[in-house]
Design a protein around this ligand. Structure first.
Ligand SMILES: *Cc1c(COP(=O)(O)O)cnc(C)c1O
Length: 479
């Protein structure tokens, strides 16, 4: 095959644009010109299809395996919600379409806000933030705006030592100093430590309930009172809402601001960092500070209202991640009041079942009933063989399971954090238990086998220490 530079005809080229023809080619010095045409790969369509299908089969997700990733709520989400998001009337809507042309979408979003208010016990919601972490950041800007409006310059945000890393990060991003609060031996916020930390500088405490140990903060009312008496706010990290939705409401516990990780709790398959949504709900006294646009109802009509004078402004483009919000609405509409409650009940039941059945080889870090997830550690006998939590996690891959979260929360040594969710059958949970007990037996008999796991995966064990110490980033043009 020969590469030919064709001269543009006068008809196709604009009159004042020089023709890239043989004259142009002649401008390139001969030593820089190709001696032979480029060796472009030639592949049949079928080969390309097979290549990408083979790659897609290596993809692991809730549609392929049990995925008990604690703190992440990796549950099966109804495919019907995907279909709802794909309805052309929603999917083809332009974000700048005038309100008159998107009444259906606005009605749906308004309705979703009402449902989230009801589930969380809040007075108003914004759907604008596009991730849990962005919800946190938005919530903390609200904390700042609330205190500033009262001429109260507060500089500190308290975060328990069991908190998710996004909590201190969001607080710092919003301009606060972060102060850690210790947990007690029951895995809850230590009230004495909290009382010591709270003062006139405290803007808010960020709390997950159930917390990241999968334990319900039983003294949440007292915690709220400590904060409120000091003029500070209580912020709810909603990542674990799946454990209590339809059963208990953060608003009734004393929380002032919440974010909901829609992609964990309400029907968006998540992983790999997105896409998601992190709606933020507030009590009435904080509502004037909510970001724009607000969705308002005027009789039978819906409209997007611009920022009120006290609003923190916009936190992102348009009104939020619409496709994700449609899925959440479809999910809530489909389940109804009772269905939402059953989600939480079954999620807790599944976690307690697993915790009890695994206890002999993987005892829970705290000796009390868990909520939707639990944090366990390998038994002293297993650890005594030099086997680490990481080895157990890697071996699970060989058994056809996605490993649970490991080494989080950081206050538990060799942590193994399991969240089965409500969508797995008892048979699947039993299969996981059986695999874990087989691995425990292997740890005692042939610990070396676990050190080299996974053996059956497309990619074996990477040398993580070497990778961290000798980071090599390459971009190979030739490949
Ligand atoms: C997942 C999670 C977050 C962060 O949410 P993203 O949506 O991933 O940004 C915050 N807190 C807890 C406890 C979480 O599990």
């Amino acid at each position: 095959m020969e590469l030919v530079f064709e001269k543009h005809s006068a008809a196709s080229g604009a009159a004042n644009v020089p023709d890239p023809g043989p004259e142009a080619e002649a401008l390139v010095p001969p030593e820089l010109r190709r001696a032979a045409p480029p060796a472009l790969p030639e592949l049949s369509e079928l080969d390309v299809v097979r290549h990408y299908l083979a790659l897609s089969r290596r993809q692991v997700g809730v549609d392929s395996v049990f995925y008990p990733l604690g703190s992440c709520t990796m549950k099966y989400n109804p495919k019907l919600c995907e279909e709802a998001a794909r309805l052309p009337g929603f999917a083809r809507l332009h974000p700048h379409a005038p309100d008159e042309l998107c009444q259906g979408m606005l009605a749906l979003l308004w309705n979703l806000e009402q449902r989230l208010c009801e589930i969380c016990g809040m007075d108003a919601f914004t759907l604008a933030p596009m991730a849990g972490a962005q919800g946190e950041w938005t919530g903390l800007l609200l904390v700042r705006a609330y205190h500033r409006a009262r001429n109260d310059a507060r500089t500190e945000v308290l975060v328990p030592d069991s908190a998710h890393g996004t909590n201190p990060a969001s607080a710092a991003m919003a301009g606060f100093e972060v102060r850690a609060v210790a947990s007690n031996d029951d895995g809850e916020v230590d009230l004495a430590a909290l009382r010591n930390a709270v003062g006139p500088k405290t803007a808010a405490l960020m709390l997950t309930n159930p917390n990241t140990l999968g334990l319900f903060e039983t003294r949440i009312r007292e915690i709220a009172a400590v904060l409120h008496q000091a003029g500070a706010l209580l912020y709810y990290d909603g990542a674990n809402l799946n454990a209590i939705c339809g059963v208990a409401r953060p608003g009734d516990m004393g929380f002032d601001i919440v974010h909901v990780n829609v992609h964990k709790t309400f029907a968006t398959p998540h992983g790999g960092g997105g896409p998601g949504a992190g709606p933020v709900g507030v009590k009435a006294r904080i509502a004037p500070f909510l970001p724009a646009p607000r969705i308002v109802r005027e009789g039978e009509r819906f409209a997007r209202a611009e920022a009120s004078p006290q609003s923190i402004g916009r936190v992102g483009a348009f009104g939020g991640n619409a496709g994700i919000l449609i899925r959440a609405y479809a999910y809530l509409a489909m389940l109804g009041r009772e269905g939402v409650t059953r989600v939480a009940q079954h999620a807790v039941l599944a976690a307690r079942y697993l915790a009890a059945r695994l206890a002999s080889d993987f005892p829970s870090a705290y000796d009390r009933p868990c909520m939707h997830e639990f944090v366990a550690t390998p038994s002293a006998a297993i650890l005594g063989k030099g086997v680490k939590t990481l080895d157990i996690a890697k071996r699970l891959i060989d058994c056809g399971f996605h490993p649970p979260t490991v080494y989080f929360p950081m206050i538990v040594h060799e942590a193994l954090m399991v969240e089965p969710t409500e969508t797995e059958t008892k048979e699947r949970l039993d299969a996981f238990v059986a695999a874990m007990h087989v691995i425990a037996a292997e740890a005692m008999a042939t610990p070396e086998k676990l050190k080299t796991a996974p053996q059956n995966a497309p990619v074996g064990r990477v040398d993580e220490v070497k990778a961290a110490r000798e980071l090599v980033l390459t971009y190979d043009m030739a490949r």
